[in-house]
Ligand binder design. Sequence first.
Ligand code: UFG
Length: 323
Amino acid sequence: MHVLVCGGAGYVGSHACLALARAGHEVTVLDNLFAGHREAVRWGPLVEADILRPETLDAGFARRVDAVMHFCARSLVGESVTDPVAYYQNNVAGTLNLLETMRRHGVDRLVFSSTAAVFGNPVSDVIDEEHPKDPINPYGASKLMVERILADAAAAYGLRSVALRYFNAAGAAADEGIGESHEPETHLIPNALKAAAGAGAGLKVFGNDYPTRDGTCVRDYVHVLDLADAHLRALDWMDREPGAHRFNLGNGNGFSVLEVIEAARRVTGHDIPYEIAPRRAGDPPVLVASSALAREKLGWTPKYDRIEPIIETAWAWHRAPAF
Ligand code: UFG
């Protein structure tokens, strides 16, 4: 297949390109390089375009596209609380532009990056697809709106789609020259690794008064290559199944912020100094996935089911980042 990977210069998108290429697919990357990296585009040509400028998008469809993977998004929970309009604009209006362009070019398959943030505060220990959707931040709300749009587009235009709700993406394919590189970096694992390396502004733990086992937030960390693998499986699934589908992607194991810091200390062999800071707006206390549906329907089995090997791959990248 020829797959147009929108946001393919970014963190999860570039790992999806690697997985596509390994599976023998052809890749074209469409990216505005706002958060993505030119150096991460290694498995196909780059079309510089912006989903907020619809007139630029046709260039991505110059060659017949069989399916689109859509990773373009603003994705920081805290920033979405302080600048919601930017989030709705990019994540919702931008996606509408992309869907319109796909329709014009007769492309009817889409894998969409969704998020655990569509659920809001959990009402059960693990979150399956039926869990109520009640986002507590504009980022999650913007992704949930797109999921709704995809369901409507399936009914109206026959668009086939799979929304993959990532829990916490982590890790890297350092041996392939790609990994996580955000500016500024807001995510826990890279920030803990910076602290281990004696770099960065000093690690802060955002809140230790949550109703969890040690008072810090619990998250389900899933390796970015396992996420990429789920995207390949979603392509196969759409071949067989019309309609709009959603799957949760996580390992089903929750780790608190302090447990992640301790695991990073073990992996790196370095002390990781930190200070306790106030809670960060928009953070639910616990997010742990049930991925039973993805396992059953997509045949997805995460290869990295423990936190240390995930952090090891992130550390390998962190010690020698290519960008
Ligand atoms: N955290 C810290 N210190 C840091 C960074 C993070 O204590 O320096 C804490 C956060 O407060 C949170 C946990 O570590 O409790 C994980 O935070 P991340 O920023 O690494 O990840 P998030 O859980 O905020 O975000 C991820 C994805 C989002 C997605 C979200 C689902 O990046 O796209 O999971 O809530 F929406």
